[in-house]
Design a protein around this ligand. Structure first.
Ligand code: AMP
Length: 987
């Protein structure tokens, strides 16, 4: 049932302009195209007559007529020539004819008929004039929709009827058509026989061949071939529908490097352009200082003296080394110099400019920097210091220290960029020559105590790092720490050690040393402290330090322990003071619940799950339960209907889920988990738990009984039988139940029509709760690439891709349920594979509106299917939208038209004109253009009114018996009817 509905393709929501790839009708026969005699056979010869006429363009055409209404027992046959079938499996026969109604013929003897029969015969070869009536099979009895119409003046005007019939599947090589007249007055104006095919097309740079659709109700999957100079990104595919339309393009090809897409082909980049990667980007113009002389270039070559560094993208201009830095200034401070300079005038077109400073010590240069004859330079000693560094400088300044005093240096400052290494000859630098000043020695930094006694101490030190000349002697200044430099002693020493005598015992002293050269004294060393030994107690200063350190460490450890103890104590007190309910916060699926709202508790957080069952479910006595019959099958056992009679309560109907024998402990836990969850809910749209039986066998879960079973099969059983308001009422119930669940912090994960139960009042209730097992027992759940089971068609993309299950992913599923309800249990995405569904949804395709679906509901579906999950409506909003619809049922009348296109079965775009004949006998004279012709440019049929009133019953009469197409036709006709009132039909 309804299988044929797959011709309603998925609609591309974000790109409405995508449109359909139109079918190509291929004519097998067109009587209008024949100028000469058609040569069809008439039996008997005085029956059908071949007559020449002209159409509305005065083009000669051949027609047949018969009008033996005055004679009894007419049986006049007209047979076409043999029509080869070609590749068609299903053909369409379009007849244009006029039929005179019997009342309009005076003196008719009562034998007059107002129909004729259309028949066919399949054969493998042309049988010439051999003709046997009984071999033909009837296609249909053809009646005129209108034989006459009344003009304003009361005249009756003859009308041209167009009827189309499908025939198929055809299996032999060809066929004949026959027209049997049994006493009507009919003129057959034209006969056209055609089949539909999906035409050759190029889509996403892949070619798809002419494809003949299957007669059965399934799509033909066609693989596309990449056009020349392109490569498959993802195998291109499309489906050819039974209606000859291309649907759902998936995958694509990309133009090779050097080629770009132009009018569905991959063309070489023009000279001066390039494309370096596979893709459907256009070729780019060569960047500055580069060129491509040939077509199809993958990249552009650099002009002379311009280069591309290794990591430079093809889109970057070619560049060159920078010019030299400018305006170098040096400021000398004794043995150090600060160098400053300006950026080069030309950075070579790059931003990665850095500077390098090369230091050379030169002889033969005068102090003012001028060259005095030959100059001999050598690299500076390695101990020269550069601040921040010598190479890779981003700023235009550097400090060079630790130079020799009174020495000539030359600094070469070079600007470098990413291509400097490629063009060594083009490199330029700026140079500056300086002479350092005469400088005093640097301070002594390292002083050691060699020996201590009660009255003396021996010290040694290291020569300053930069003596800047010959050290003449050292000055040693020392004083008692207590006296704060008010009196001190100075000693001189030539070497690097000294012994200080005559000191007080057990006293702290401070000491400084400075070196002297010809340039004077250097700076003093940092202050050094030492103590002399006490009188009675002699201990080396090192050991006293060790003792001191040990005592300090012990004190620190004790303090730290006390501190930690205090901190931990305070923290524990604070946790204890928390409200016991706060411990539950994490149960709500990571949602922070508001105080006052009950929160769902995951039974798996209980150490003993059977404790959870008894917290949330009532234990029933098995003797209160009577089982009547089996109504379904669950994962753990049968589902039965029955009655529950509790003491002093009325007997009620219940559903009883049983746990079949031989279960494992885990199965029992999982089975009862559903009851633990269900028992926490109390809402009119959530299936109510009556109780559980766990203390006797079989273990049972008892719930309220839902007479109409699951929603999907219920809707399929009652296809097209509910009013819009009834459907919206059911949907409102489901949304309200889901609002309750999401408020409780419960994410369902498997919301689908099959998991909704319906009671006798059409109240829908959400069911099928579980945790890990939710998806295990769902036949729709498929393993994803990550190994988990997911009901793909119902699940939001982020839940499929990375298991992000939230109330927002439930909202997506709700959109699918909405679609299922409005299409009366149609399978979402029909027979498409799960993989194709994932891909199509990812590419932005969404399910189309179901037949007769109110526009507001379709909009709600699309909102639920927003890719960005935060943009989907909350269940609260869904309930309020549906409430508004219920309060204002008029809004349900505006339907979301499936595709805004006429159904192909009855309407054919190619037969666009209606003839207005003047020369075919006097009763044909009155034919005029149809009243609704303008409204339906491109479409022709007998009368707009009849068309709109066409009912399913009418369609059954004309032989359309499959429910899907009927519904489609009727709704399309209704859509067309509304368009005649509102303007032209978009086709
Ligand atoms: P489940 O295991 O919940 O998927 O149930 C399996 C089948 O049993 C469903 O598809 C229904 O047809 C039927 N069923 C389950 N629960 C009920 C109920 N409360 N009332 C009526 N039928 C039910």
């Amino acid at each position: 049932v309804g299988k044929n509905k797959h011709i309603f393709t998925l609609v591309f929501v974000t790109l409405a302009a995508l449109g359909y790839l139109r079918q190509l009708p291929v004519n097998l026969l067109d009587s209008k195209a024949s100028q000469g005699e058609l040569g069809w056979i008439s039996y008997p010869s005085h029956g059908w007559e071949e007559i020449s006429g002209v159409d509305e363009h005065y083009t000669p055409i051949r027609t047949f007529q018969v009008c033996n209404v005055m004679e009894y027992s007419q049986n006049n046959w007209l047979r076409t020539n043999w029509i080869p079938r070609q590749s068609a499996q299903k053909i369409y026969v379009e007849l244009k004819f006029t039929l005179r109604d019997c009342n309009s013929i005076p003196l008719v003897l009562g034998t007059c008929k107002e129909t004729f029969n259309l028949l066919y015969l399949e054969t493998d070869d042309d049988q010439g004039s051999h003709f046997r009536e009984h071999q033909f099979s009837k296609i249909d009895t053809i009646a005129a929709d209108e034989s006459f119409t009344q003009t304003d003046l009361g005249d009756r005007i003859l009308k041209l009827n167009t009827e189309v019939r499908e025939v198929g599947p055809l299996t032999k090589k060809g066929f004949y058509l026959a027209f049997q007249d049994v006493g009507a007055c009919v003129a057959l104006v034209s006969v056209r026989v055609y089949f539909k095919k999906c035409p050759y097309t190029v889509r996403n740079l892949a070619t798809f061949p002419d494809t003949v659709p299957m007669d059965s109700h399934s799509l033909v999957e066609v693989k596309g071939l990449c056009v020349n100079h392109s490569k498959e990104e993802e195998p291109p595919r499309m489906y050819c529908s039974t209606e000859g339309e291309w649907l759902v393009p998936i995958g694509k090809c990309l133009c090779n490097p050097g080629y770009e897409e132009r009018s569905n082909t991959c063309q070489m980049c023009r000279a001066g352009f390039y494309k370096s990667a596979l893709g459907n980007l256009e070729c780019s113009k060569c960047p500055p200082h580069s060129f491509s002389h040939h077509e199809g270039s993958l990249h552009c070559g650099c002009e002379k003296n311009f280069f591309r560094a290794e990591g430079d993208p093809a889109s970057m201009a070619c560049t060159r080394p920078p010019s030299a830095p400018r305006n170098v200034i040096s400021s000398i401070n004794e043995t150090s110099v600060i160098l400053d300079w300006s950026w080069p005038e030309d950075t070579g077109g790059r931003r990665d400019v850095t500077f390098t400073v090369l230091c050379k010590r030169c002889r033969g240069v005068t102090a003012n920097g001028s060259n005095s004859g030959t100059q001999r330079c050598e690299p500076c000693r390695s101990n020269v210091r550069f601040l921040p560094r010598a190479a890779g400088l981003h700023n235009t300044t550097v400090t060079v220290g630790d130079l020799l005093a009174h020495t000539n240096y030359t600094f070469e400052i070079e600007a470098l960029n990413g291509v400097s290494a490629l063009a060594p000859k083009m490199r330029q630098y700026a140079a500056v020559t300086i002479t350092t000043n005469q400088a005093a020695p640097s301070p002594v930094t390292v002083i050691r105590k060699e020996k201590t006694s009660r009255n003396s101490v021996s010290l040694s030190w290291q020569e300053p790092e930069r003596p800047n000349g010959i050290i003449l002697d050292y000055e040693i200044k020392y004083y008692e720490k207590e006296e704060q430099e008010t009196s001190y002693t100075i000693l001189r020493a030539r070497g690097c050690n000294v012994t200080l005598n005559g000191l007080k015992s057990n006293t702290a002293y401070l000491l400084q040393i400075r070196a002297r050269t010809a340039a004077g004294y250097g700076a003093s060393s940092p202050t050094f402290q030492f103590e002399t030994s006490p009188d009675s107690f002699s201990i080396s200063s090192e050991s006293s330090q060790v003792v001191l350190i040990a005592i300090s460490a012990a004190v620190a450890i004790i303090l730290l322990t006390v501190l930690l103890y205090v901190l931990i104590g305070r923290f524990c007190c604070r946790s204890k003071s928390k409200h016991p309910d706060e411990k539950r916060l994490h149960f709500g699926n990571g949602h922070l619940r508001l105080p006052g709202i009950r929160t769902y508790v995951d039974p798996h957080t209980y150490e003993d799950p059977s404790q959870a069952v008894h917290e949330f479910a009532k234990e029933l006595d098995a003797s209160c339960i009577a089982i009547d019959k089996v109504v379904g099958a669950g994962e753990f056992g049968e589902v039965c209907s029955g009655r529950l009679k509790l003491p002093s309560k009325k007997e009620i109907c219940v559903a009883i889920k049983t746990l079949k024998g031989g279960y494992t402990d885990k199965q029992r836990r999982d089975f009862l988990a559903e009851a633990s969850i269900m028992g926490q809910f109390d809402h009119p749209n959530i299936i109510r738990l009556e109780g559980v039986v766990t203390r006797s066998k079989p273990v049972m879960i008892v719930t309220e009984y839902m007479e109409n079973g699951s929603l999907d099969s219920f809707l399929r059983k009652h296809d097209a039988q509910f009013t819009g308001i009834q459907l919206v009422g059911m949907l409102r119930g489901i949304a309200s139940g889901m609002k309750y669940l999401s408020d409780m912090g419960y994410v369902h994960r498997d919301l689908a029509a099959r998991n909704i139960l319906v009671n006798s009042n059409l109240v829908c209730k959400v069911s099928d709760f579980g945790l890990s097992r939710v998806l295990e027992d769902d036949p729709e759940a498929a393993y994803t690439t990550r190994g988990g089971k997911i009901p793909i068609r119902w699940t939001a993309p982020e839940a499929i891709a990375y298991r992000k299950f939230t109330s927002a992913s439930d909202a997506w599923s709700y959109g699918i349920v909405l679609w299922e309800v409005m299409s009366y249990g149609e399978r979402p995405y029909w027979e498409m594979s799960n993989q194709d569904v994932i891909k199509a949804v990812d590419e932005g395709y969404r399910l189309p509106p179901p037949m007769d679906c109110p526009a507001t509901l379709y909009q709600l579906m699309l909102d639920c299917w927003q890719k960005e999950r935060n943009n989907r409506p909350k269940f609260e909003q869904i309930v309020s939208i549906l409430d508004k619809l219920i309060r204002n049922p008029g809004s349900l009348k505006i339907t979301a038209n499936t595709t805004s296109r006429p159904a192909n079965l009855l309407l054919d775009r190619s037969s666009s004109e209606v003839p207005s004949m003047g020369t075919m006998g006097d009763w044909m004279d009155g034919m005029r253009t149809l009243p609704c012709k303008e409204a339906f440019s491109g479409v022709s049929y007998s009368s707009c009114d009849t068309l709109a009133k066409t009912s399913t019953e009418d369609l059954k009469k004309v032989g359309v018996t499959i429910v899907g197409p009927q519904k489609k036709i009727v709704s399309s006709l209704k859509a067309l009817d509304s368009h005649t009132k509102n303007g032209p039909v978009p086709v």
